[in-house]
Design a protein around this ligand. Sequence first.
Ligand code: ATP
Length: 356
Amino acid sequence: MAAIELRGLTKVYPGGVKALDSLDLVIPDGEFFALLGPSGCGKTTLLRTLAGLETATGGSVVIGERDVTGIQPGARDVAMVFQDYALFPHMNVTDNIAYPLRIKKVGKAERQRKAAEVGARLGLDQLMDRRPGQLSGGQQQRVALARVMATQAQAFLFDEPLSNLDARLRLEARTFLKKLQRELGVTTVFVTHDQAEALAMADRMAIMEAGHIRQIGTPAEVFQRPANTFVAAFIGSTPMNLLDAAVRGDTLEVAGCKVPVPVSAEGLLTEGERLVYGVRPEYTTYSAEPAEGSLGGRVSIVENLGASHLVTLEVNDVAVQAVVPEGDEPAVGDEGFAAPRRDRALVYRDGELVSA
Ligand code: ATP
């Protein structure tokens, strides 16, 4: 097991695309770390550069005490699970799991013993003689994981490990994978474009945009205190309200209404300056009656979220959203008021969080 450290890591593809732009990142030993971001932001490139499948253009990769920047993939002591699992269709489960050991010239008896042990751990003991084509998606994923575990690498790298599973299996696999990683304690980096997955599984995560890391933090930090408007807009199952605002004394003018300055920005704002006011719909209370510091308007959309509703209010032509518990939802056309929670609202100056 080992910590992973990137120093000024840069990758420019032939043709000039800068997929990684001087990234610095430290992942402590044993951490479950997610790389999250929109399509094309550089997640897979970062993972492949860690694995040695891509050559860095600049900077370095350190795993444990060792600078592995110029070292071949096979000698890096990391194991990668690919999106499509990359199982050999003509080999049974035992041979698939044991394959990396065969490459390492481990003897047959020892390979089979190890494959059986790891297979049992992942609940594959009844399936060891089957080929991948005779397994479900979830079982194939377990074989791919077992193959990685059998190698006893210093770090695991997963590229969208759950993307081939259906919605229900995916939820099961999330819990399973997280538990497994905890038990093994092996430093693990996984790429996903599914934020719910990253929030649910990761100890910490990096949110990337166009070759840059825009924030590193725990799921709670990233959800509750996005460092910039990019992360604020990207994270959350319902997007954060991001509204133009101006400072007026001890209040903010937002969509023609007055709201109190958020707790996090108290004493940090200048009279008259223009900012972006951010509050999640989950932290915005809807009511049919006006309350102090609320944004009043007319309900234009009511979306069913299951146990709650997402209500959109048109406040002087600005859309403001609030999550409303089941049973309390208004009807389209109603007059209503959205009161942001002062302890949860945020303020952004030039796109960056204003905070003490
Ligand atoms: P996705 O979520 O869609 O898989 P990603 O975040 O993993 O995206 P990458 O695959 O790392 O993104 O790609 C980062 C950038 O590098 C993109 O602009 C992509 O087009 C470019 N890119 C990736 N691979 C190559 C390549 N082999 N040659 C040239 N450009 C590439």
